[in-house]
Design a protein around this ligand. Sequence first.
Ligand SMILES: Cc1cc2nc3c(=O)[nH]c(=O)nc-3n(C[C@H](O)[C@H](O)[C@H](O)COP(=O)(O)O)c2cc1C
Length: 385
Amino acid sequence: MADLSKITCIEDLRVIAKRRVPKMFYDYADSGAWTESTYRANESDFQKIKLRQRVAVNMEGRSTRSTMIGQDVAMPVAIAPTGLTGMQHADGEILGARAAKAFGIPFTLSTMSICSLEDIAEHTGRHPFWFQLYVMKDRDFIERLIERARAANVSALQLTLDLQILGQRHKDIKNGLSTPPKPTLANMINLATKPHWCLGMLGTRRRTFGNIAGHAKGVKDLSSLSSWTAEQFDPALSWADVEWIKKRWGGKLILKGIMDVEDARLAAASGADALIVSNHGGRQLDGAPSSIAALPAIVDAVGREIEVWMDGGIRSGQDVLKARALGARGTLIGRSFLYGLGAHGQAGVTRALQIIHKELDITMAFCGRTDIEKVDSSILLPGSF
Ligand SMILES: Cc1cc2nc3c(=O)[nH]c(=O)nc-3n(C[C@H](O)[C@H](O)[C@H](O)COP(=O)(O)O)c2cc1C
């Protein structure tokens, strides 16, 4: 077992992941759309928010425990759905789900995962997890996917609304992103420098989209799978589809990708249990504001009707605390999770969660609070948010 005690921040994990994960997949994680201005703002806008340092306050007996849609969480953080996670590390989604289970936070599986719904259920002792749904044109496939999610003990459905069409990420095009990587000379040379990753991949049978392969009509091989996937995102998605999915699913529903107050009102009116203020980690509309900048107005508009969460740019427990102070009941982490996974598999994800938890706990104490449930905007310096 590697000694991870010298890994003290998420940036350490990112640096190791960059070394260990093939360029094509590292770049897929560490990139945003077009100029990446929204991707960068997601992180840098957190830095502008300043905390009020308080002293001589009893800091004993602290708690970061909270709930998200009624579910107990060790801290108000869930793992965000990320596609192709099993390409950052062999069996990545299973490892992520196990780390989240042990830590006591929710794990979300993406529709575009490598490990399937059934894989996660089987390898986590049927521990409940969340599933993220993309609406595909093939509604029969969606109905079957919802039934499979139910059978796999999924306890909440996250419906992503901000990917009817795909934002352009330059690096993915230039790298010729594909699953598994095409055996081009450049890819082979790069893979030769990633022996740990290659060994892991040789040891697993999970190397393609596990929720889709073998389940979608007309998908027989890898090339028909990629053309099916590219054609299937539904540009005609509407609020009527949200209602249809809500009825079909019948359980807890979370709407992901809300950045505008008008859309937040529609989300609240839909009867969903939570909404996620999210710009897809800066991967869709470049030029959109950061999620943390969009959060306060949405909390103000609908925070009394629906749980408001956020994701985008969270690289520390300080960011979680700031989001909570601005009214996010929960947060999700995408890249902080992926960097941990790419660096050291399940142990790396656990390390990422430990780092975030410690930063959250200590920062809360410095701000003079001992209970995350009692954190509000009074811990922030007025004028800095
Ligand atoms: C590599 C990668 C893949 C992603 N795939 C999905 C996906 O399949 N479904 C989805 O709803 N969001 C997806 N997202 C967006 C995340 O769920 C989340 O909104 C975002 O990562 C949050 O920003 P952060 O990475 O800065 O934490 C993806 C993000 C990344 C980085």
